[in-house]
Design a protein around this ligand. Structure first.
Ligand code: CMC
Length: 428
């Protein structure tokens, strides 16, 4: 729809640009002809006011603290759905029928194994390699093993690659963990659920049977659902940008993993738990709050604040409940949980955080839960990558199927030297 016009006055001339309306959310001014019409670019580093694509997958209302996947609120999906169902929903646009869900779950379970030669790939890494370093490498390497699903012009191949990525990611992440602790890799067990299988591959050993704890399985399932997609965040935009050149899906997801690793994005769950451990006891909270508010101190409260949410992150609310359940079930009495709860209360009543609309995000409590389950902090972001893979592939597929898709190629405001003549080294 392009009913309205926005007028831009530049150099004494008025130029009209179409305004497009989404089904919900802010209007966007279509400036694709701006350069052709005016010779000017827009300047928006960090994309704070720029819609880079049209999408029908996920919607966030940051002021209200709402997150919808294909229209369904995240809290309903987290409470009532399964990760396989949410994956189907993200990929296909609608909730599956019983038969569709069974077929999809079966298909994913048929792709859980890795090419055996990939296990030798792991041995090339140092034992103390960060799991995200291994994930970047191994996921990128999938394109060297699955040539029959790298033709991005073939929708069938695109779907097979998507299923492979969703199915293999738990195996890849669990193997990264096993390698780091020197235990044998555990092969997938397809009679288990997606989450149960991942827990067994991570915490089971070949020497004895592994029993999945239903409370832990349910918690992991919910954590995966909470992380499944999040609109045009940095890693998803990276996947789209990499994919816009026609790169194969395995390479694009590896690029997404690299971006997710940073502490301002997926790495925040690891950083948040490290911070809570460093605070150690509630009496030290004021000192850290003061540091977070100090302009001259680069310290930030990790797990607080969000580019889009200017209200409580709806995922953080669910995560806080899971933390109560898991710590209760496992009988874990971790002082970091008390620190987290108190820190949250103090920050929520502090003028600095109120004014800047800084609320806990999904990463604030996730580290507490993952640590109680038994994951080392270095695995936290790898789990985020595992869960986000379905969002990445759904967004990548949407982009490739979009007839208006073009290679992503931002412009710049150049402030460097203007043209000058080369000076030989003896004369400099
Ligand atoms: N602690 C203290 N001050 C903060 C924080 C924080 N966590 N976050 C933002 N601020 C301040 C910031 O200093 C700035 O103040 P001023 O206007 O005086 O310069 C103001 O709030 C706006 O911050 P910004 O950095 O311009 O906002 P942004 O939208 O660019 O950054 C963010 C968003 C998530 C990177 C940032 O809030 C942050 O660094 N948070 C900590 C890291 C974190 O928890 N990241 C996980 C995000 S959720 C999971 C995910 O999507 O991956």
């Amino acid at each position: 729809m392009a009913d309205d016009q926005a007028t831009l006055s530049l150099g004494g001339k008025d130029q009209g640009f179409p305004v497009r309306h989404g089904s919900v959310g802010p209007d966007v001014i279509d400036i694709r002809k701006l350069y052709a019409q005016t010779g000017a670019f827009t300047y928006d580093p960090g994309f704070t006011s720029t819609a880079a694509c049209e999408s029908a997958i996920t919607y966030i209302d940051g002021d209200e603290g709402i997150l919808l996947h294909r229209g369904y609120p995240i809290d309903q999906l987290a409470e009532k759905s399964t990760f396989m169902e949410v994956s189907y929903l993200l990929l296909n646009g609608e909730l599956p029928s019983k038969g569709e869900l069974e077929r999809f779950t079966y298909t994913i379970s048929r792709h859980t194994m890795l090419h055996e030669q990939l296990s030798t790939f792991y041995r090339g890494f140092r034992r103390d390699a960060h799991p995200m370093a291994i994930m970047c490498g191994v996921v990128g390497a999938l394109s060297a093993f699955y040539h029959d699903s790298t033709d991005i012009t073939d929708p069938q191949q695109r779907m097979i690659a998507s299923h492979r990525l969703i199915a293999k990611m738990p195996t890849i992440a669990a193997m990264a963990y096993k390698y780091s602790i020197g235990q044998p890799f555990v092969y997938p067990q397809n009679s288990l659920t997606y989450t149960g299988n991942f827990l067994r591959m991570t915490f089971g050993v070949p020497a004895e049977p592994y029993e999945v704890n239903p409370v832990v399985e349910q918690a992991m399932r919910t954590i995966f659902i909470l992380h499944a997609d999040h609109e045009q965040n940095a890693s998803t935009s990276t996947v789209r940008l990499a994919g816009s050149s026609g790169a194969n899906p395995f390479a694009c997801i590896a690029a997404g993993i690299a971006c997710l690793w940073g502490p301002a994005h997926g790495g925040a769950n690891e950083a948040a738990l490290n911070m809570l451990r460093e605070i150690g006891r509630p009496e030290r909270i004021p000192e850290f709050i003061a540091r977070a508010k100090d302009k001259d101190d680069p310290f930030r409260l990790m797990g607080f604040g969000h580019r889009v949410y200017k209200n409580y992150d709806p995922r953080a609310k669910v995560m806080q409940k899971i933390a109560e359940q898991v710590l209760g079930e496992l009988g874990v009495d971790d002082p970091v949980f008390d620190v987290a709860r108190e820190l949250e209360q103090i920050a929520l009543h502090d003028d600095y955080f109120i004014e800047k609309k800084l609320y806990p995000n999904v990463d604030f409590y996730s580290g507490v839960v993952l640590s109680a389950i038994g994951f080392p902090t270095s695995m936290f972001t790898a789990l985020f990558a595992l869960a986000r893979t379905v969002g990445w592939v759904a967004q990548w597929n949407e982009m490739i199927s979009d007839p208006e898709q073009k290679i992503g190629r931002p412009r710049q405001l150049y402030t460097g030297a203007t043209q000058r003549d080369y000076v030989p080294v003896e004369q400099r």
